[in-house]
Design a protein around this ligand. Sequence first.
Ligand code: GLY
Length: 359
Amino acid sequence: MKKQIKVDLGDRSYNIVIGKNAITEISKLVYNFSKIIVITDDIVYNLHYQCIKNFLPQHQTIVIENGEKAKSFTVANNICEQILQHNIDRKSLIIAFGGGVVGDLAGFVAAILLRGIAFIQVPTTLLAMVDSSVGGKVAINSLYGKNLLGSFYQPKAVICDLDFLATLPNRQFLAGYAEVAKYGFIADNNFFSYLDSNYNDILQGDERHLLEIVAKSCQIKADIVARDEFELGDRALLNFGHTFAHVFETETNYSGEILHGEAVALGMAMAMQMSFKLNLIDKSQLDLALNHLNKLGFKLHASYFRQSWLVDNLVQHLFKDKKNQHKQLVFILLDKIGRAKIIKNVDLQLFIDVLKDFI
Ligand code: GLY
């Protein structure tokens, strides 16, 4: 069974197709292009390239090294030159085939080549299926931080083939699940209850539940993006837990010492604690939410990842957050499970107090 979700953005609307064997859908989407370029990484290439190859006409394939380091100007430039070498035109298509790094990078390349050519996202990780492949954020990293160079550039379609999840290591699957839980926390209490009742089957990879959680996550994200494509308001709610997460990721130099989803789970726990300290949520809601993350097996203390952290460094990274306005701190907090709020002008000392509870 497959599900289809529309991201409603007027003449830039597109569908997300989700299901087992959804990759077959790609042949219906690619016939009208003059040239097709598949961008993937070495791990996905070895595991899954044969699956996609069978459904595509002649194409160029560019394989990058797996890992966050690929989101650089050097790699983006290299890919552009490899593509331009073959005389592309504006009717060319890029297919981003991989996890979040490949999707962000290939989308960035698509956005700048000839001032923009079409691209399709074919995510292969849970995190990319439920978050980074949807909504058109494309980016590479700067020396000064993650995703600081990029654009909003929507794909023509997103294809989430759940079969790709079978080869995902457990650690990566759980990291992706953090973003799934995020949607329950910020937008849908019923979805949170569903996750809390079914987490065991979800972790076992039960197909019915996988379809449900990917589809529901994409639906919630599609609704938010349709309301606020360029993050002038509500889209910032999707950053719940991410402000805390980014300080740990920056401090570890995106080395994989703490995965993005692991940092998000930890960051959500910290944001919940901050919400509690500000009397936004009550203790029973806090416990329910933290208990869920604990049951899943998330490490909700930074010392699990590194024994000691320098508060000063973490505070410095905090001030690089894109949500901050006029040097005032902005956090996404909860006032109950299923409802998030943007809270401006948060006191630095409160951030430090919460930080000290978790490191
Ligand atoms: N990952 C957050 C967003 O797409 O807005």
